[in-house]
Structures are given as structure tokens and as C-alpha cells.
Design a protein around this ligand. Structure first.
Ligand code: TYD
Length: 269
């Protein structure tokens, strides 16, 4: 069951290549399914004949739909607390990938959907909504990002660099008391799992110093105590495809390290 769930939701991970394959029900399967089931319903001669083509439709349709594998791009997520330099590093990374011939794009979350706008208003005017509602808005904003930007770019074979993704929801809304496993499940129902997540790790104190040196008004959630909890959660997420890098390092040094780790996944040097 878990295997099926992960196949359907996360797509195939082809061993050795590190490439993700499209998890969605293939168009070919869907078309075959509808043609054969419609044909099946046209048979007037009793259930025996009707059942056959429609059952064949299901078997072939579902089979070719689920097992239809389309080559996909690579998804890399940059995560970390405010001031950790994600945006700078996302842009450096995509430039360096393009210089090496990769078709790289950067998407930033929260995005510019109505949900993202509402969240930005919360950063400006102060948090007035519950943690649950906040998580819902981030998730709905991401659902649109996945549908309109991330998935099409992956299907087109691009390297997609995310400036924040769903580990941010797990850490930031998790730090408000929501269950991180449930947040993860809610996201992984629709959001493809990154091939690599890089957590740009920084102390909350350094983050606060950087933020106050660079900004006049808040455009994010930045209390030091809160960021300390967010950072702790980010550090708990370490897995084989979730790695931490030192965001206190010099920009070019950090950029070289990030590039090295990403090239190991996309294949290149
Ligand atoms: P962002 O625009 O990335 O801010 P910054 O450039 O300062 O890092 O994100 C704005 C804020 O939104 C930031 O404080 C983190 C928060 N956030 C969440 O709380 N949950 C989420 O799922 C995401 C994507 C961001």
C-alpha cells in the first residue's frame, strides 16, 4: 500500500540516474480508458460482451496510465530560515547550471497567487490568522505553483530550483505547533518530492543581524525565538536526499558547494 502510494504520489525514482518520473496518470492511459469503456457501453448484447471491452479498457488504461513513464527534469529545493541567502543562491545556481547547458528555472514560494498575496499581507500587517489557516494558504498557493509552474517545467525536462518549498511549511508552521508529519503528507499528496533538498543552515542570531542590516520593514516571519524553533525543525529533516550546508560561509564558497551537490544529482561536472 505504502509502495503504491509512493509510486503514485512521488513518481518513480530510477536507481542510479537520480531522475524522477512523472507520477500522474498518463494522458495515453486516460484516452484509452475512456475510448474502451465507451465502446464497452455500446454493446447491446448483454453484460458478457459489455464487460469485456470495458474491463480491458480499465486494465490497459490503468496499466498504461500508471506505468507510463515520461522522462522528467530534476527538482532541487533550497530551504532555510530568513536571511540564509536562498534567493541569492537560487539565482547563482540557476546561472551556473545554464552555463553548463542545463535548462534551469527558479520558482519562489510563496508565489503570486491570491493565497500568496494574502500571506504577504500577513507578513506586513502581523499574523492575524490561525496556524492552520496559514498552512492552508501556503499549501493552496503551492498547489497552484505545482500545477502551473513546477510540473510543466519538470515534464519539459528542466532543472527546477525552488526558493522555498514544502519543507518551509513543515518547519515554519510546524514551529507554530502543527504536526510536521501531517503537513508533509498534505503536501506530498500533490507536490512532487524534490530529488535534492538543500537546507541553508544559519543561526537565528546571524539571521536576525542580516535581516536588520538589509531591510527596513518586515516582509516575512522573523522573530529570533521563532526562527530558532524553525531552524531546529529544519535540522531534524535530514535524510539522504535532504542535506545541510553552512549558510554562514562566504557566498561564492557556499555557491560552489551547492553546485557540486546539485551536479551530483543532475549528472555533470
Ligand atoms: P520569503 O519570501 O522566502 O522570505 P525571505 O526572502 O525573507 O526568506 O518567505 C516569506 C516568509 O514566508 C518567510 O518568513 C518564510 C515564510 N514561509 C512559511 O512560513 N511557510 C511556507 O510554507 C513558506 C513557503 C514560507
Amino acid at each position: 500500500m505504502t509502495h503504491y502510494k509512493s509510486v503514485l504520489q512521488e513518481g518513480y525514482r530510477i536507481f542510479g540516474s537520480g531522475r524522477t518520473r512523472d507520477p500522474v496518470f498518463g494522458r495515453r492511459g486516460l484516452v484509452t480508458l475512456s475510448i474502451l469503456t465507451t465502446v464497452g457501453k455500446q454493446f447491446p448484447a448483454g453484460p458478457r460482451y459489455r464487460v469485456l471491452p470495458s474491463r480491458a479498457g480499465w486494465i490497459y488504461g490503468v496499466g498504461s496510465g500508471v506505468y507510463h513513464r515520461r522522462p522528467m527534469g530534476t527538482l532541487v529545493a533550497l530551504e532555510g530560515i530568513d536571511g540564509s541567502g536562498k534567493s541569492t543562491q537560487a539565482s547563482l545556481l540557476s546561472d551556473q547550471l545554464r552555463a553548463r547547458g542545463f535548462d534551469a528555472v527558479v520558482f519562489r514560494e510563496p508565489g503570486d497567487s491570491a493565497f500568496g498575496e494574502k500571506l504577504r499581507q500577513q507578513f506586513r500587517d502581523g499574523r492575524t490568522i490561525s496556524a492552520k489557516e496559514e498552512a492552508r494558504l501556503f499549501i493552496e498557493d503551492r498547489r497552484i505553483d505545482v500545477r502551473e509552474n513546477i510540473r510543466p517545467a519538470l515534464v519539459a525536462g528542466k532543472v527546477v530550483v525552488m526558493d522555498r518549498y514544502y519543507f518551509s511549511t513543515m518547519a515554519y508552521q510546524g514551529a507554530l505547533g502543527l504536526n510536521t508529519d501531517q503537513l508533509r503528507e498534505a503536501n506530498e499528496l500533490f507536490a512532487p518530492r524534490p530529488d535534492l533538498t538543500l537546507i541553508l543552515d544559519l543561526s537565528a542570531e546571524t539571521s536576525a543581524e542580516r535581516i536588520h542590516a538589509s531591510r527596513e520593514s518586515p516582509d516575512s516571519y522573523e522573530g529570533t525565538e521563532y526562527l530558532r524553533r524553525v531552524r531546529e525543525l529544519f535540522l531534524e529533516f535530514c535524510e539522504s536526499d535532504v542535506v545541510t550546508v553552512d549558510a554562514a560561509a562566504e557566498v561564492s564558497e557556499l555557491s560552489a558547494e551547492i553546485l557540486r551537490k546539485v551536479l551530483a544529482v543532475v549528472g555533470g561536472c
